[in-house]
Write a protein that binds this ligand. Structure first.
Ligand code: GAL
Length: 411
């Protein structure tokens, strides 16, 4: 008897306890709409028995989050899951390695449900190393419906029309453009102008290929001229303002327009505003679609619980139900192509239709301002010039030369 008991106890002890999945998750989703969205993932993770340790780092665009990430990696203590996107995924893979999530991707058929262009961003040397949550469109203009109606203004179909509307609003004592003077917001407006005024081929030459002729061209000068014009449409307190506070200005009738990606819609929705009634979404004048795909990558960590947590997160992120609910809150559209959009609003439906149309003719383009197009050093070089221009009286001639010089220095 004794020996049987001893044997069974030994067996019991030897049986590996199933590790409970856990994950520390670094992200920068702290605004109203963003927090509501990431809570969907947190809730699903907990419902599956996971322990979620939240590591939110405030700061739109994620610059502060990326600084925090670097500090954690240098300390030898990378978080298990990190909001990471674009070429930064491959840069981190080269620097530290990233967990291979190929088994999760394979079991769940990711290759069959992701657009190929988007799937490419999730691969490191052909292995799956990141999981996409959405597709955000950058080149939108958001408008306060009541202000536009009261002033007889239609959403502009050209930048000249935009300027005419802005002059009219200014004359009526209304701030035309809500803007937050932070580097990444300046860059967001700038890239929208590069695409809007130059077109898809020009955008590609200038901000993907970094072609010196495109960077110093007359078209680029026009882009800076228009940026200077927009500078005249923002209020005096724009410096340093967070993007969601700029969105709130449009919401509250303190400004007419904002040029921002569709996380702004998440903010309107979280405040109970209705598209088409309270606010208007409108693709910024010009052809093409600038995309920004949020994703999570998983650093190589020790511990069965953490590794299980990474796998569970990767699986949940690409789950059809998560992709629907998350994106209904976030303002973006699902990365998966097989999620029905019936419950989505017209802004989302237009985003999806435009994305599909533009994918066919090469005008579906990665956002440089949101880290989808360039490596960090190059994107930073472009943004520094843009921000310096916006905050000084630099001429457009000087700006294009500085742009070309700054980019050349990173090559
Ligand atoms: C973007 C990110 C979005 C949004 C925005 C503002 O870079 O992709 O999800 O949250 O920053 O924080």
């Amino acid at each position: 008897m004794k020996s049987v008991l001893a044997a069974s106890t030994a067996m019991f002890l030897a049986a590996p306890a199933m590790a409970e999945p856990s994950a520390e998750v670094l992200h920068w989703w702290t605004s109203g709409g963003e927090a509501k969205s990431v809570a969907v993932l947190q809730d699903q993770f907990k419902a599956e028995g996971g322990t979620w340790t939240d590591m939110p780092v405030a700061g739109g665009g994620g610059d502060a989050a990326m600084t925090a990430l670097r500090a954690r990696v240098l300390a030898g203590n990378a978080p298990a899951a990190v909001q990471l996107k674009g070429p930064a995924i491959q840069e981190w893979y080269e620097e530290t390695g990233l967990a291979d999530i190929g088994d999760v991707a394979g079991e769940n058929g990711w290759a069959e449900v992701l657009p190929p262009q988007l799937a490419e961003h999730m691969k490191c040397e052909d292995q799956w190393c990141a999981a996409p949550v959405n597709v955000h469109r950058i080149n939108w203009i958001w408008g306060n419906k009541q202000i536009l109606d009261a002033n007889g203004i239609a959403m502009p179909t050209s930048w000249d029309e935009f300027n005419a509307a802005a002059e009219k609003l200014k004359a009526a004592g209304i701030t035309p453009l809500a803007h937050g003077g932070q580097n990444w917001q300046d860059a967001t407006v700038f890239e929208t102008l590069v695409l809007g005024l130059g077109g898809p081929d020009f955008y590609r030459a200038a901000l993907i290929d970094l072609n010196p002729e495109a960077l110093t061209s007359d078209t680029m000068k026009q882009v800076f001229d228009q940026l200077r014009t927009l500078r005249g449409y923002v209020d005096d307190n724009f410096s340093g303002r967070d993007w969601n506070l700029a969105t709130a200005m449009v919401m509250n009738g303190e400004a007419a327009f904002q040029i921002m990606g569709d996380w702004a819609k998440g903010e309107f929705l979280a405040a109970g505003k209705v598209p088409g009634t309270d606010f208007v979404c409108w693709p910024a004048p010009g052809d093409g679609y600038l995309y920004n795909v949020d994703s999570f990558a998983f650093f190589e960590v020790e511990g069965e619980d953490k590794q299980q947590g990474q796998k569970l997160l990767a699986k949940l992120i690409m789950g059809p139900e998560f992709q629907k609910v998350f994106n209904l809150n976030k303002g973006s559209i699902p990365a998966r192509t097989d999620v029905a959009l019936d419950e989505f609003d017209d802004c989302a439906k237009q985003s999806n239709a435009d994305m599909n149309a533009d994918a066919g003719d090469g005008s579906l383009l990665p956002s440089y301002a949101h880290g989808m197009a360039l490596r960090g050093a190059q994107a930073g070089a472009v943004t520094d010039v843009v921000t310096n221009f916006f905050n000084s009286d630099m001429s457009s001639d000087d700006a294009v030369q500085q742009l070309a010089d700054a980019v050349a220095a990173t090559m």
